[in-house]
Design a protein around this ligand. Structure first.
Ligand code: HEM
Length: 216
């Protein structure tokens, strides 16, 4: 009952985090077994998901539950677009496509954004806190594996220029979670949505894993 909400949500998603982190696609990608094309395809999928998250941001800014989480320094769509222009070329918009699993994920985010602020927070947490944490490991590996400039085009998605101190930012984010203005039952629903968010990510990794296999 007294467990801080930030601890609850983190603990509840711990096993799925390990599953996502150790998924075949992520392991192959970060283990250097896949080409830059796989990384670009993954970045495309992120673009669809972040558009769903961020298209709603302005409208939710005044929402009592989701509003406090909306911070301009988190916005990733402009960075993803710069990365995609680098990875796919200037006409990238004509070639990107969402995998079916990505479509399902982005639709779920859009649905929460439109009708359930608590659910939106679950998706917000799952993505942005992850990007601020493990995302930094992914950036480092991507720079080394495919030769992107440090914090430059190709990996800008992982660079939060407006977040001076990620550890402090994460602490204040957890304080926001702990103070979320919903009752216990709604907190349980938010935790369940967070688990769903992780599962949606894992589904995307599975689909990417089917598309990209390490050379034998
Ligand atoms: C290879 C992939 C990944 C690596 C290496 C990784 C690594 C990490 C690390 C090191 C942390 C910091 C834990 C701490 O603060 O003590 C973290 C936190 C987190 N990661 Fe990941 N992660 C990966 C994938 C993912 C994915 C796919 C998601 C979900 C989309 C995710 C979501 C999160 C979240 C939400 C947190 C914050 C936990 C909290 O403090 O509440 N991660 N990750």
């Amino acid at each position: 009952m007294d467990t801080p909400f930030s601890t609850l949500i983190r603990t509840a998603s711990h096993a799925q985090h390990t599953e996502a982190e150790t998924s075949t696609f992520m392991s192959d990608l970060l283990g250097g077994a896949l080409g830059v094309d796989a990384y670009a395809r993954y970045t495309e999928q992120l673009w669809f998901v972040y558009r769903a998250l961020e298209d709603a941001a302005e409208r939710l800014a005044d929402d009592p539950v989701a509003g406090p989480f909306i911070r301009p320094e988190l916005l990733r769509v402009p960075e993803l677009e710069r990365d995609l222009a680098h990875l796919r070329g200037a006409d990238w918009r004509e070639t990107v496509s969402a995998l079916p699993a990505t479509r399902v994920y982005a639709d779920r985010v859009a649905h929460c954004a439109a009708s359930w602020p608590g659910g939106y927070v679950a998706h917000h947490y799952t993505r942005y806190l992850g990007d601020l944490s493990g995302g930094q490991i992914i950036r480092d590996k991507a720079e080394r594996t495919w030769g992107f400039a440090r914090k430059g085009d190709g990996v800008r998605f992982y660079v939060f220029e407006g977040v001076g101190n990620p550890a402090a930012f994460k602490r204040s984010y957890r304080e926001l979670l702990d103070g979320i203005g919903v009752d216990e039952l709604e907190k349980q629903r938010v935790v369940a949505e967070c688990k769903r968010a992780f599962a949606l990510n894992t589904d995307v990794f599975r689909a990417l894993g089917e598309e990209f296999r390490p050379a034998a």
